[in-house]
Write a protein that binds this ligand. Structure first.
Ligand code: FAD
Length: 289
């Protein structure tokens, strides 16, 4: 963190308790805290980026599914959409957990699959309106205020009730089947118990809303970014494995550099290439929250 100038502090449990008054800390060694961290609204951010792109001259077409990539030999020549073909010298595929299916239309294998995760929201808890986002690293359970309510994210549970922070194994083939988007019934009692253990303000926790959506996993929990080996003009930016919102400004900058200049200049992103899954190279330690 110091090398990159990010003001993250290691904090002891006394400081943790000052940051989140009343929270149980007797099972902690300490924590990490960055006072410049925060949270953003992804849909508002997307609307803002879309508006900025339009102002800069981009032509955005919504509601038009890309049904296939158009490939001629070793190069991509465009995209087939429900509204007709679009010819292009370069195509960036940034379709989240749907990327494997789209890339398969150009005979490009991409190991990205959908992994269901859930979110819950409490009734009003005004006493906790000012606390920072709290993450239990070992379980992946986390909570933060959203105005007067608390929003919880949690790991999945295995059939025998164990915590599963990420998928146990990748699927056998891609594109893989999608699990239905239903919140597993075992999660709410687990969240209520875990929350009550962590903070007495959650003793009578009332969950008023819950929903599931998909993480876009790769086998090493890191995204696939950059030029696709062997298919000129085809680029990927997908598979952020549940961390893509915060990475999106940097990834956009880097992938555009690679598309326009042939190589990302701001950072070396070669380790993020699809090449690692073709050759079996493993530059990253898998980690998911
Ligand atoms: C419960 C949960 C909590 C999360 N929390 C965080 C967090 O705290 N911080 C963080 O950074 N990230 C978080 N994430 C992850 C983050 O939401 C994703 O990593 C991010 O949205 C990925 O962005 P993306 O643009 O790659 O894919 P997406 O956001 O999935 O966008 C892909 C888009 O492509 C479109 N598309 C797909 N197929 C086609 C097609 N054939 N033609 C045309 N369009 C197509 C889709 O409709 C979609 O709009 C969380 C995710 C979940 C599920």
């Amino acid at each position: 963190y110091e090398r990159l100038g990010v003001p993250v502090e290691m904090v002891d449990r006394i400081r943790v308790r000052e940051l989140v008054p009343g929270m149980r800390v007797d099972d902690l060694r300490g924590g990490r805290f960055c006072e410049r961290d925060g949270y953003g609204d992804p849909l508002a951010a997307l609307a803002g980026l879309g508006a900025a792109a339009r102002l800069a001259g981009a032509h955005l077409v919504e509601g038009a599914a890309a049904t296939a990539l158009l490939r001629e030999g070793d190069r991509v020549i465009g995209v087939r959409t429900a509204h007709g073909d679009v010819r292009s010298e370069r195509v960036l595929v940034a379709t989240g957990c749907w990327t494997a299916a789209l890339c398969a239309t150009a005979a490009v294998g991409v190991p990205i699959w959908a992994y269901r995760r859930s979110i819950m929201e409490s009734g009003p808890l005004p006493a906790l309106m000012k606390i920072p986002l709290v993450v239990e690293w070992e379980s992946g359970f986390h909570f933060r205020p959203k105005e007067r309510v608390q929003r919880f994210a949690m790991p999945n549970l295995t059939a025998d009730g164990r915590v599963e922070k990420g998928p146990a194994t990748p699927p056998a083939a891609y594109p893989a089947a999608f699990e239905p988007l239903e919140v597993p019934p075992s999660l709410e009692p687990w969240v209520r118990a875990r929350a009550a253990w962590r903070h007495p303000a959650f003793a009578d926790l009332r969950i008023v809303d819950a929903w599931s959506c998909y993480y876009e996993m790769t086998p090493d929990d890191h995204p696939v970014v950059g030029a696709v080996p062997g298919v000129r003009g085809l680029y990927l930016a997908a598979g952020f494995s549940g961390h893509g919102f915060m990475h999106s400004p940097a990834i956009a900058q880097l992938v555009v550099e690679e598309m326009l200049d042939g190589k990302a200049r701001t950072l070396d992103i070669r380790d993020l290439s699809l090449e690692r899954f073709i050759t079996g190279r493993r530059p990253f330690t898998a980690t998911v929250l």
